[in-house]
Design a protein around this ligand. Structure first.
Ligand code: FE2
Ligand code: FE2
Length: 257
């Protein structure tokens, strides 16, 4: 495939993402993230982010839909990945790739059925990304360290309304913002990375863009109509987290201070 159609496909993917986010990644973040010495930390943080993305989806399923048995199936699904990262156990992640639990779920509403469908697919994809980043770390001899979480996700969650069903609407909008920012940052960072990583980050764009759309559609569905006002409110918080000084460099950190 020549590069021109690929570039236009990427632009097409990114257009709704750029429309949704209020601000692009600041150049100062890119300058620091592009330093070769920052790369191991960023990759380890990226690995944690992929697992957290899967865990957050699991949490939504467990809190809003699943019975005890299905909830424990979902936790079992995550366990080997958690063993690999938190307990440094030797796990054959590739062999796990297709072991997706068949959940028995009695959903009552259309949004519940869609939530199960979308979140299970999202988990599968995030765990696949986890495996890919894990293998890159192994190939580069980068030891997985504990990395403190950035202020980003918690900073957004602090602004979610605190009672359901609107808390769920806000959590889904926050999910859309995190996916959109990840997608934007993968694309922004790719030109600064070596060829292997650059190609890998571009390969992630399509699924992250879809995750963004899935979360947003779910938010509208749970809300029973447009969520424009709440997107505007939370996107403002997101933009502040991205554009204000931040003491730690992470995948979703603000401007290096
Ligand atoms: Fe991902
Ligand atoms: Fe994602």
């Amino acid at each position: 495939m020549s590069t021109a159609p690929l570039a236009s496909q990427i632009n097409q993917l990114l257009e709704p993402i750029h429309d949704f986010l209020l601000t692009p990644t600041p150049q100062a973040w890119l300058d620091q993230a592009a330093q070769p010495e920052a790369l191991p930390l960023l990759l380890i943080d990226h690995l944690h982010c992929e697992l957290k993305a899967a865990q957050s989806a699991a949490l939504l399923l467990r809190r809003y839909i699943l019975d005890k048995e299905a909830a424990s199936q979902v936790l079992q699904w995550l366990l080997p990945y958690e063993d690999a990262i938190y307990r440094k156990q030797a796990v054959n992640l590739r062999a796990l790739g297709n072991q997706i639990p068949r959940l028995k779920v009695a959903t009552q509403t259309a949004w519940q059925a869609r939530l199960v469908d979308r979140m299970v697919l999202l988990m599968k994809e995030e765990l696949h990304h986890f495996t890919q980043v894990f293998e890159i770390l192994q190939a580069r001899d980068i030891e997985i360290q504990a990395v403190s979480a950035s202020r980003y996700a918690a900073g957004l969650m602090r602004h979610a309304r605190t009672h359901d069903p609107v808390m769920l609407v806000d959590k889904l909008i926050i999910g859309a913002l995190i996916e959109a920012r990840s997608c934007e940052r993968f694309a922004a960072l790719a030109p600064y990375l070596d060829e292997e990583l650059s190609r890998f980050y571009v390969s992630l764009l399509r699924s992250e863009a879809r995750h963004f759309e899935d979360y947003l559609t779910l938010a509208e569905e749970v809300n029973g109509g447009p969520v424009t006002e709440h997107v505007a409110r939370l996107a403002q918080v997101e933009a502040e987290l991205i554009t204000t000084p931040d003491t730690e460099l992470r995948f979703h950190s603000g401007v290096p201070s």
